[in-house]
Design a protein around this ligand. Structure first.
Ligand SMILES: CCCCC/C=C\C/C=C\C/C=C\C/C=C\CCCC(=O)SCCNC(=O)CCNC(=O)[C@H](O)C(C)(C)COP(=O)(O)OP(=O)(O)OC[C@H]1O[C@@H](n2cnc3c(N)ncnc32)[C@H](O)[C@@H]1OP(=O)(O)O
Length: 154
């Protein structure tokens, strides 16, 4: 978790409640369980929420592997298989490259097990920002809140 009020990984009611863990070879593993609240078509996950889960999983990867503050500049998703309510996506993400402030990363999500069929793939460009990005555009006390989460999850 990087911030307890984050929609992706925080404790908010209605949030995605995702957790990410660092694995071998700098791969980061996240899980997203699709509930009734995440539906688009009856019984199936909404694509926008799946994209959100991948934003979170890739953002967590970029943040924890590179330790550079950044924001999503671009997020591209391929939905290759329906994701039913009740299923869990096992997401594996990695950093693909760095070019100055541009941080490239990608992820794939497999259905229900680590080696299940791939249901979603995503690629993202994160752009490194100064810490003032969060205080200028967000809350004035953003850094205090972010640093508190860092202390909980060093
Ligand atoms: C307090 C401690 C913090 C420490 C952090 C460390 C660790 C943290 C650990 C973990 C973090 C964990 C989890 C994170 C989890 C979830 C993440 C969710 C992330 C989000 O949910 S975040 C919200 C959505 N996000 C935005 O709210 C961004 C709004 N946006 C902007 O704020 C600006 O737009 C910005 C800053 C993106 C760029 O603005 P800018 O003025 O700074 O820079 P500029 O425009 O020059 O771009 C520089 C180079 O990126 C290229 N570039 C930019 N955008 C592009 C695009 N779309 N496509 C292709 N290329 C693009 C340019 O073409 C140029 O490339 P070149 O240099 O080659 O010309």
């Amino acid at each position: 978790m990087h911030y307890d009020r984050c929609f992706g990984c925080g404790e908010l009611d209605g949030g995605l409640h995702m957790r990410s863990t660092m694995g071998e070879h700098a791969l980061v593993h996240s899980r997203f369980t699709v509930t009734e609240a995440h539906q688009g078509a009856p019984g199936l996950a909404h694509g926008g929420l799946l994209a959100c889960a991948f934003d979170e999983a890739i953002g967590s990867t970029v943040g924890n592997v590179l330790r550079r503050p950044s924001v999503t500049g671009k997020l591209e998703t391929d939905f290759v298989r329906p994701v039913p309510v009740g299923s869990t996506l096992f997401i594996t993400a990695k950093v693909d490259g760095v070019a100055g402030r541009k941080l490239y990363a990608s992820a794939e999500g497999r259905l229900d097990t680590e080696d299940g069929p791939v249901a979603v793939r995503a690629r993202a460009l994160f752009v490194e920002v100064a810490l003032e990005h969060f205080t200028t555009h967000g809350a004035p006390d953003a850094l205090t809140k972010l640093k508190r989460a860092e202390q909980i999850n060093p």
